[in-house]
Design a protein around this ligand. Sequence first.
Ligand code: UDX
Length: 480
Amino acid sequence: MRIAVIGSGYVGLVSAVCFAEIGHDVVSVDNDSAKIAALERGEVPIHEHHPPELLKRHRGGRLRFSTSIDKSVKDVDAVFITVGTPQSETGEADLSFVEAVAYEIAAAIERPTLIVEKSTVPVRTCDSLRKTLLLNGAKSGTFSVASNPEFLREGTAVLDFLYPDRIVVGVDDETSAKIMQEIYAPLTTGSYYSNKDAIKFDGPTAPKARIIVTNAKSAELIKHASNAFLAMKISFINAVANISEAVGADITQVCAGIGSDTRIGSKFLNAGIGYGGSCFPKDVQAFHAVAMQCGYDFGLLTEVMQINEEQRRRFLKKVRSALWTLRGKQLGVLGLAFKGDTDDIRESPAIAIIEALLKEGCSVKVFDPAATSRAKETLPQKGVTYANDPYDAATGSDALLILTEWKEFAQLDLAKLHAGLKYPIVLDGRNLYRPEQMAAAGLIYHSIGRASGVPEHMAGVLDRTHSGVDGTPVTSTRRQ
Ligand code: UDX
């Protein structure tokens, strides 16, 4: 198939290289000429494992780049719209980029073309897109509109595309269904997986990807509802973690217990300092706004967002409790990105916590394997220094904070960490260690939803059942 992908951001670029990888002729379009020039040179602007390899494989062959929508959409079978849908001031998704692209597509298409929205959009966007295309010159009968939501995660985006749990295709006519089925056939028939050069998956996989064909509105709803459900799962477990902490239970044991019920599932049950990123915060808010417009107050989502905010405040309270006073203290910080394996700091809980600590008069010495240069653009210069590695961040610090779940932060040399720290205190917002393990290494360890780890020689003085070393239970600060 011949495919144009409009927008070369995260979703657009990953989709373009993956469509080329499964055998299609692809043109990736963006109005940012510097970005297109960089891609043409083989440079990848995002921190992801496979795009550089796929770009090298297909650039100049099945994959081209362009800054012109007009020239790119004239002779293709399908146009995927993957431009940004940022959050507006009212919490709704701002669809002005989608609309602007629709004007250009409408003026350019000459032959039957399927226009597919892949950006995260509110339900009923397909209807608005269809209307906009018609009003701007696209002739009825020359185009159809479909929804094909993307479920890729940053850090594993290419694998999520090529080995999806499911492919959701929302169409309102048979021809569109056939085109979408043909586009994804290499995955749904499994032919891609038998190709010897196929990108390999490092876990158990199904021999074929599953495709779910729905109407367009259902597909749009599936995207928002999926992200909102996952965010709800995280907030739910964070709320349970707070109870677990109060009663002296262990949230990792609780998760193992509830997650092994196949109806619940063990994924996305890691308690911590809450979710961030470019999707969950924006999508939960947008879904709430969509519900309101439909006349339904989706109060559950309000609570999901509040619990998420509350997790950061509770963590800050733990830091205060562990250190008694904060003014003038130096804190080593591991993690800036909103999660591990990415350089993305958008809506990162780590950044929010660092900013709050700076306001309270601390200085921070931070380390992140990938997100430092992006963080430098956001964080103030005053009070922030950048460390070369985790041990450098710990050296001379009054305590060490773990704020992002990078795999390398879970495998540190604890003796070396201990030796560098001024006080042997670690506050882990991602539960990367077991409290006993940290206590055995001589570290006072506070995490989420578990008793603190206290070294043997301090056990008589410090209370393990509370989250703060001064014995003050950390309580909710949320106003009722
Ligand atoms: C998410 C969705 O997973 C993906 O399907 C969608 O297409 C885009 O949004 P992403 O934002 O890349 O992907 O990150 P994800 O791995 O989902 O993590 C989101 C946030 O939740 C991160 O801040 C992460 O640290 C946090 N998280 C995740 C938890 O706190 N606990 C968990 O158990 C899982």
